[in-house]
Write a protein that binds this ligand. Structure first.
Ligand code: ATP
Ligand code: MG
Length: 365
């Protein structure tokens, strides 16, 4: 999958900009606050997903303007496509190849990209919630069934927690817990099966990528926190039985604390660099390399499932990396189109191919 060009009007600090991209690496460089991330954000929105900065649509409109327009020309394996998104104060118009879509979610599956931005360092640095979100977002995009399992799991979990709170006032409801426990274990097993499969593949891909970044000097390993207790070959039924047992074991405590203490909503991804926790012991550069390896690993899985190689959008990935690691990012990700932003013009000089764009005040100069 490659972007031919992106045209941006009144989007954040950009009034009118057209970027004609190289099929390989595109370096977008310039001083702070010039609009580099804004360009990546505009490309990202064509995946049909929300802004990776958590921005609302109204925030895209350039201050003082009443609309913003972005247009993407891109190619997938079969043909050239064009998509346009127009944001106005209250609504959004999205089209693909001239056909109006009902919402930007309908773009999902047309244009694939993965984004690495400094917010994704939370994957390594923060608590388990950030890693579960990464996993759930990736799986929901690839497998609509997973989104259904997860939504059903969350719904039953919410009802069970509400019941646990009510038990104090209405102890006669205690027996109702049996039915919730059973449903919870059923959906939990469906979620866990998919997460285990995903992490198994992600682990292999990101391990290879990390070896490349570190010139085979370091290694990473990635596990689902349940992978120690659950055999890789367990059937969904085995996992259901195991989960149900755990929920029942925890019930006494759950009643006291009025919340469900076990299940996929508490699970985590363990990430190790050279066999020790990346979160506790990783250096800044190691943590950044690791988050990048996970993101590129995610991209490999999309490629495997859809047959399309996602465009890699790498925002501010170079800082904290030494020259060798920067060289990997600039010159060794050759099997896909890359857009990367940086501040230091000297990094651009080390680019062996591709194109570079200097950005100032929302314009290419
Ligand atoms: P850095 O190197 O610091 O990451 P950057 O070049 O990536 O900088 P961007 O995040 O793209 O910078 O933002 C550029 C500018 O866009 C910021 O100064 C920001 O204030 C401005 N900006 C953001 N939203 C809007 C908007 N809706 N209207 C006008 N300007 C905006
Ligand atoms: Mg930026």
């Amino acid at each position: 999958m490659t972007v031919d060009s992106v045209k941006i009007n009144n989007f954040r600090n950009i009034t009118d900009l057209t970027l004609s991209a190289d099929e390989g690496v595109n370096v977008i460089y310039g001083e702070n606050a010039q609009g580099k991330t804004n360009i990546l954000e505009s490309i990202w929105l064509f995946t049909g997903c929300k802004s990776f900065r958590g921005a609302k649509d109204a925030e895209f409109l350039k201050f003082g303007e009443d609309f913003a327009k972005i247009n993407l020309k891109f190619k997938d394996n079969s043909r050239e496509k064009q998509s346009e998104i127009i944001f106005s104060e209250k609504k959004k118009n999205v089209s693909l190849n001239g056909i109006q879509l009902r919402s930007s979610a309908e773009l999902i599956g047309s244009f694939y990209a993965v984004i690495f931005s400094p917010v994704h360092l939370s994957l390594i640095k923060d608590g388990p919630g950030a890693r579960r979100k990464f996993l759930d977002t990736a799986l929901c995009q690839l497998k609509p069934k997973y989104a259904e399992y997860l939504a059903s799991y969350k719904k039953v979990l919410m009802h069970r927690n509400a019941l646990l709170k009510d038990l104090y006032m209405s102890p006669q409801l205690y027996d109702v817990l049996d039915s919730f426990d059973d449903q919870l274990a059923r959906y939990a097993s469906a979620v866990i099966v998919e997460r285990l499969k995903y992490i198994d593949i992600l682990s292999e891909y990101s391990m290879n990528i990390y070896s490349g970044i570190s010139e085979n000097k370091e290694n990473i390993s990635v596990f689902y926190s349940k992978s120690k207790e659950i055999d890789k070959n367990s059937s969904p039924k085995d996992i259901y039985i195991q989960e149900l047992e755990k929920i029942k074991e925890a019930r006494k405590e759950d009643v006291i604390y009025k919340t469900t203490s076990v299940g996929p909503h508490r699970d985590d991804i363990e990430i190790l660099i050279n066999n020790v926790s990346a979160r506790s012991f990783g250096s800044q550069g190691q943590q950044r390399s690791c988050a990048l390896a996970l993101k590129l690993g995610e991209s490999e899985i999309i490629k495997k499932v859809t047959g399309e190689t996602p465009v890699a959008l790498l925002d501010d990935v170079m800082s904290e990396l030494d020259e060798k690691r920067q060289d990997y990012v600039l010159n060794h990700i050759t099997d896909r189109q890359v857009f990367l932003t940086c501040c230091d013009p000297s990094q651009v000089l080390r680019l062996c191919g591709g194109k570079s764009f200097e950005i100032k005040d929302g314009e290419i100069i």
